[in-house]
Each structure stands twice: as C-alpha cells, then as structure tokens.
Design a protein around this ligand. Structure first.
Ligand SMILES: NC(=O)C1=CN([C@@H]2O[C@H](COP(=O)(O)OP(=O)(O)OC[C@H]3O[C@@H](n4cnc5c(N)ncnc54)[C@H](OP(=O)(O)O)[C@@H]3O)[C@@H](O)[C@H]2O)C=CC1
Ligand SMILES: N[C@@H](CC(=O)OP(=O)(O)O)C(=O)O
Length: 413
C-alpha cells in the first residue's frame, strides 16, 4: 500500500485545537460533547444543529440523555472556549461550558474558527452540509453514511485502518478547486465497527479470513433519539434494520482491504489513482460476509455473534485466537492518541460474558470492544461474541481518535 503518511511519524504534543460539532444535540452529538469536554487537545468552539435548535443555549436545545450531568462537564479537563474570544492566545480552561454555548446553524461560515469539525448529523441532511464544510477547507470527521462509499473518502475504524487516511491527499487534489486543508473522513456503521476490530486482530495474527457470518443484536440507541417506538421494542425483537446488513457486508471489505493503484482511473498526468482493493489485493482471497441484523430491547451496546473461516489450513485453535485477540495492539496506541483504549480487545473467559448491561464500557471506557465465548465452530472454524459501545467506539470515540491520528500525522494543523 502506498502512503504519504508514514506510520513511523513521531507523535508531538499538539497545541490546543478548536473544534466544532454538527448535530450536537443528537445521540452521537451528546457523546461528542461529553468526550470533548474532557479532551486534552480539543476545545469546543462551536455547536450546530437544526433550525429547531439554532439560537438557543445548548442546555435549552438539547434533551440531555448522557449519564454524566451536562452541568458537570469540563470540570476535570480543558473545557469549552469562551465564544467572545477568538484568538488562539485566548484558549484557556473554561469559565463558560458547553451547556451555555448558543447553538448555531450548520454552515461553514458559522464554524470558521474551527480547525476540525465533527459531524453527528442525520444522514438525511449530512451530504450537502458536510461537502460544504470540505469545500470551505474545514477538515470534517463524519459519522453519517453518506460518503462511506466515496472512492476518495477513507472509511476508518481507528483501531483497524487509520493508515487509509493517506487517500485524503487524492481527495483534496481531485476537488475542484483543489483543497489545501478540507477533507472528509468517515467512520463506519456502528455494527461494522464492533466486529471488524476482532476480525482485524485475527487477520494480523493468522492471515486472511475467507468467510464470516455475523448476527447482530443492536441497541435502541443506535437508532438515535427518540428512535424506535417503545411499543415496537419493549418485550420484543425486531428482525430488520433497514440498510444495515448491506452496510456491514460492504463496509467490512473497504476497511479490511488495502489501498492499491486503480486499474481504471488515472490522474491528469496519466498516473493511476489510488483505490481501495476491497480485501482482494496481494493474493488475498475475496472475503465473503453475510450479516443478519436485529433490534433488541437494550439501551446501549451492540452484541454480535460471529463465525468465521480462515484461509490458512489448519486454522488456529480457540486458545490461539483468544491470545491473538487479547494481545492486539493497534497503531493508535503506540502512536499515543489520547482517546485510544488502554486495551483494544478485552477477552472474557466466563461463559456468560460479555453482557451489554455489565460490560458495555468494559475496562476500556467504551473505546475498545469485549469478546467472549471463543470456541470452535463445527461449520466454519471459530465463533465468538463481541460487544461494543455503539455510541462511543461505534460513533463519537472513533471520530475523535481519527482526528487525533490526523493531528499526530500532521494532516490537520
Ligand atoms: N446512534 C448511533 O449509535 C450511531 C449513529 N450514527 C450516525 O450518526 C448520525 C447521528 O445519529 P444520532 O445522533 O443517532 O441521530 P439523532 O437523530 O439523535 O441526532 C440527529 C442530529 O442531527 C440534527 N439535524 C437534524 N436535521 C437537521 C438539519 N436539517 N440541519 C442541521 N442539523 C439537523 C439534529 O438536530 P436537532 O436536535 O436540532 O433536530 C441532531 O442534532 C447519523 O447519521 C447516524 O446514522 C453512526 C453510528 C452509530
Ligand atoms: N443503523 C445503526 C446506527 C446508524 O446510524 O448506522 P449508520 O450510520 O450506518 O446509518 C443502528 O441502528 O444501530
């Protein structure tokens, strides 16, 4: 894989960086606020949402559903930038917090002080808004599905494929007019994110995986707020989430694949453009994925039952798989991204763990995943269950780590 972003680039401590959040009042937006309020580098400058919220104080616009009280945010960390002060010299520990910021609309002009913008926008509106931010040369890290399939936009699960960030140089060059700073980076679907982390660990240890069957049990918070009607989900399981199975099946290939020279697209000077190989490069077997998605009456935490077959024969034993999962160390940890989990994959030995209510935060504060029940599969090779916090590593935490990685790689300044 070619990359202008060297994996060996040393981390250097960044200065404070002004950030904005689009969709700040939503489920993902609220998690952004919670995490950013304690962030060592990022300082919240601007919050945006719909016309319903615009012009109100954040605390009046939002239906706050986080377990940390809104009024208590930022007290342990750097806090929020005072809206009246705009020069970088004024960045300081907060004396007015996110709760009191006035919610803005979602135009680049209203976020012009931000060096990075995070998006937790509804996919119905994310497309045009996010591309306007890119065109205005504002780096944008999105949770929405709109640009995940774009051939020049990286789809990054930070514990798996942060090096895909290298494609943004091409994204900037091909934009009309070419961009000096703006780009879009997307995260994956929350169910994709949860289960590709153990898949990546296993491919790293044992080589390519050939086929995967995944059955999800997805939390209600995955559908945003107010989400699934209580009469549909209480005491029930809904065996359908529109578009979800297709997203998991397709996104997995882009994330676990590499970047190669395109066979069809060339630059203006005739050199091949870079393209995602969809897990088919370098003699890898094509990976086949079949997903079945269910909504279950759980508030937070997507559980996924995974069965897989390795390319190599004989396959690794369940004990070797457990060891490979437990020792998986993603690049974001060694690079020093502050929001990287201390442990990427927590492996449970107890036969009835992990469970959403007990383990959704794990020992990794929702920034890693928990795996249990690793055992032999009589049809494929190995099966296990994985639990991930769909709003943290499945959404806001992934975006934040992606941005930290971009800062450490010198792509955002
Ligand atoms: N929830 C999850 O676990 C995950 C969600 N995602 C994706 O993240 C994104 C956000 O999801 P989630 O937080 O759950 O959704 P919510 O429905 O909870 O929040 C949506 C946000 O978008 C804002 N919004 C809606 N319409 C407009 C508009 N016309 N202009 C500007 N802002 C608007 C809302 O503002 P207002 O309050 O003013 O209406 C709100 O802040 C979606 O794209 C979703 O698919 C991805 C992974 C996981
Ligand atoms: N559809 C997911 C959450 C989500 O919004 O996914 P996406 O960003 O891929 O549309 C869920 O319901 O749990």
């Amino acid at each position: 894989m070619s990359s202008k972003i060297s994996p060996s680039t040393p981390a250097s401590p960044p200065k404070k960086i002004r950030v904005g959040v689009l969709g700040a009042t939503g489920t993902v937006g609220q998690r952004f606020i919670t995490l950013l309020s304690e962030h060592p580098w990022f300082v919240i400058d601007s919050l945006g949402a719909s016309e319903r919220s615009k012009g109100k104080k954040y605390k009046e616009a939002v239906k706050w559903k986080q377990t940390v009280p809104l009024g208590g945010l930022g007290l342990g960390g750097i806090g929020v930038l005072d809206q009246e002060k705009t020069s970088s010299a004024d960045l300081h520990r907060d004396d007015g917090r996110a709760a009191d910021l006035i919610v803005k609309g979602c135009t680049p002009e209203e976020f012009k002080n931000c060096q990075i913008v995070f998006s937790g926008l509804d996919a119905e509106v994310a497309g045009d808004i996010e591309s306007a931010f890119r065109s205005a040369n504002i780096p944008l890290f999105s949770n929405a599905k709109n640009y995940r399939r774009d051939p020049h936009v990286p789809l990054i699960v930070p514990l798996v494929n942060p090096s895909h960030l290298s494609i943004i140089h091409q994204q900037q060059r091909l934009h009309s007019p070419p961009l000096s700073k703006g780009f879009i980076v997307t995260n994956a679907n929350c169910s994709t994110t949860g289960y590709v982390i153990p898949l990546a660990a296993l491919e790293k240890a044992f080589g390519p995986i050939e086929s995967v069957l995944v059955t999800t049990m997805q939390a209600i918070s995955g559908a945003g707020y107010p989400g699934v009607p209580s009469l549909d989900i209480l005491g029930n399981v809904v065996p359908y989430i529109g578009g979800e199975e297709e997203k998991i099946e397709w996104e997995t290939l882009k994330i676990l694949g590499g970047i190669t020279d395109s066979e069809t697209e060339v630059d203006s000077d005739g050199t091949p453009l870079k393209a995602f190989d969809m897990h088919q490069g370098n003699g890898k077997p094509a990976l086949r994925v079949s997903a079945s998605c269910n909504r279950v009456p759980v508030i937070d935490g997507h559980m996924e039952c995974v069965s897989l077959r390795f390319h190599r024969r004989p396959p690794p034993s369940p004990q070797h798989v457990r060891e490979a999962l437990a020792s998986f160390t993603p690049e974001i940890q060694s690079l020093g991204c502050p929001s990287a989990p201390r442990k990427a994959i927590e492996v449970f030995e107890e036969p009835d763990r992990p469970q959403p209510r007990l383990d959704v935060k794990g020992s990794h504060n929702g920034a890693g995943v928990s795996v249990g029940r690793v055992r032999q599969c009589q049809v494929l090779d190995i099966k296990f269950v994985v639990l991930s916090d769909n709003v943290s590593i499945g959404a806001a935490t992934s975006s934040i780590i992606n941005a930290e990685y971009a800062v450490l790689k010198g792509v955002v300044s």
